[in-house]
Design a protein around this ligand. Structure first.
Ligand SMILES: O=c1ccn([C@@H]2O[C@H](COP(=O)(O)O)[C@@H](O)[C@H]2O)c(=O)[nH]1
Length: 238
């Protein structure tokens, strides 16, 4: 899990995923299945990617009452994903229920997937958080607070931006995962993201993993873009 570059497969259908993956040959990747793809293709999409030997982050961001999340996670656990997630705003009891669901659903002998919590979305700015969520503390404090609640609930880590990863590591320990989306190589289109960082910045801050979507999937040459980001993330000097 540590040092992973996770590609966000934000595609509308399986055919587009197949076309995209063709370029990567036999390379085993860490792939993220989010709402768009899962809502179109369902659980078979996860099984398909696992059968091909890839690691899968099933990014469903569960956020509901504890009983509903427990039931949802029980079924997600059966799909064999390596990582799943919830929104930390659902609270400690909901996150504990998520873990109970995963433990109940995971196949005999299999490992429970990592379960991490979204703190503040990387598309949220501090100004927006204060205005729309009525949270008056600095955004970093809100992220750290959610990370602490997630840790207390027994979760394995959080989704945060690269800007908060360093302080989370120092306050919550190096074994607590910090998974950072909002990654943009310098000069890349920022789009709807607000707290963006380069792969090198994320590495320097000690992120456990980065999640990269459009800078790879929308690139003119996705494989080339993937390799450039991977090299920057892994600190390879060219
Ligand atoms: O705070 C969050 C949580 C999840 N995401 C997801 O990561 C990818 C990022 O895609 P880009 O195209 O690189 O912006 C996307 O699937 C989001 O759903 C996030 O961006 N921020």
């Amino acid at each position: 899990m540590n040092n992973s570059l996770i590609i966000a497969l934000d595609f509308p259908e399986k055919r587009k995923v197949e076309e995209f993956l063709q370029e990567f040959g036999d390379e085993k990747l860490f792939l993220k299945v989010g709402m768009e793809l899962f809502y179109a293709e369902g659980p078979d999409m996860v099984r398909y990617l696992k059968d091909k030997g890839h690691d899968v982050f099933l990014d469903m961001k569960l956020h509901d009452i504890p009983n509903t999340v427990k039931g949802g996670m029980k079924n997600l656990a059966r799909l064999g994903a390596d990582m799943v997630n919830v929104h930390a705003a659902g609270g400690r009891e909901m996150m504990e229920a998520a873990l109970e669901g995963l433990d109940a659903g995971v196949s005999a002998g299999a490992e429970r997937p990592y379960c991490i919590a979204v703190t503040q979305l990387t598309s949220t700015s501090e100004e927006q958080m204060k205005r729309e969520q009525l949270i008056s503390v600095p955004l970093q404090d809100s992220v750290i607070h959610y990370a602490k609640v997630a840790r207390t609930a027994g979760l394995d880590g959080v989704v945060c931006s690269a800007y908060e990863a360093g302080i989370i590591r120092s306050e919550l320990g190096l074994d607590f995962l910090t998974v950072a989306p909002g990654i943009r190589p310098s000069g890349n289109v920022v789009g709807d993201q607000k707290r963006v960082a380069t792969p090198k910045f994320a590495k320097d801050k000690g992120c456990s993993a980065i999640v990269v979507g459009r800078p790879i999937t929308k690139a003119e040459n996705p494989l080339e873009s993937y390799l450039a980001i991977k090299n920057e993330w892994e600190g390879v000097l060219l």
